[in-house]
Design a protein around this ligand. Sequence first.
Ligand code: SAM
Length: 238
Amino acid sequence: MTAENTFTIQKIATISTPFNQKFGIPRQPNLSVAKGIITFEDTFDDANMLKGIDSYSHLWLLFIFHQTIDRGWKSTVKAPRLGGNSTMGVFASRSTHRPNATGMSVVKNRGLHLINGKKKLMVEGVDLVNGTPLVDIKPYLHYADSVDSATDSLNQLRPIPQREVVFENNVKPQLTEVSRRHSDFTQLVCDVLAQDPRPAYKQPLDNDDKTYKVSLYNFDISFIVKGGIVVVTQIVAL
Ligand code: SAM
């Protein structure tokens, strides 16, 4: 690696999200109501740098896949959307295992809010694990960034599952309790579980007696799949 081919980029901010672990995070943004709160590093904690940002409904977040960066990358990746067996070139995928571990997500701009005395930028529809470092934020330019004629063969091949989600009766009091603190909790649980977070090879199973667990905010949500429906069986505070 020669010096002129190596560049230093710096973290401008950190995003906090409801996702404590990768399991359960939607594969792309805007597939759930998951909110993100962006806290800027001191160097970039300057209101001037955000002047005019409220004139955009959506923003691009550029970030580092920090939780997997140390696992390196390969020229081909197993595409989960293809059932996890066949491979695709890393540049033909949105895999987290990439040469520079860079990610990009377009999210809803929910504006600047004063939280604990600091101006923070709120966004919605994130697909990022809690604590992900951001290296840039850019406005989404509809005329330039949306391409009506674009095609995505993967999505035609294996659309993202949309299962029905139900809550067992014993879980409902806890759900009401948690929703007092996180008003979007029920919707977030439904959004995440409807997409069937199980491994790709399990997703075709309409009956799966294994209990799975996703972690949202500081709660573990256990679920099974029965008769094609996702059944939430337990919500436990961490
Ligand atoms: N929209 C982005 C893109 O296309 O670059 C991310 C797509 S990637 C398939 C989304 C997945 O990245 C999530 O489902 C989660 O499993 C994983 N992920 C999210 N934040 C991460 C982080 N900080 N480090 C490693 N993996 C992360």
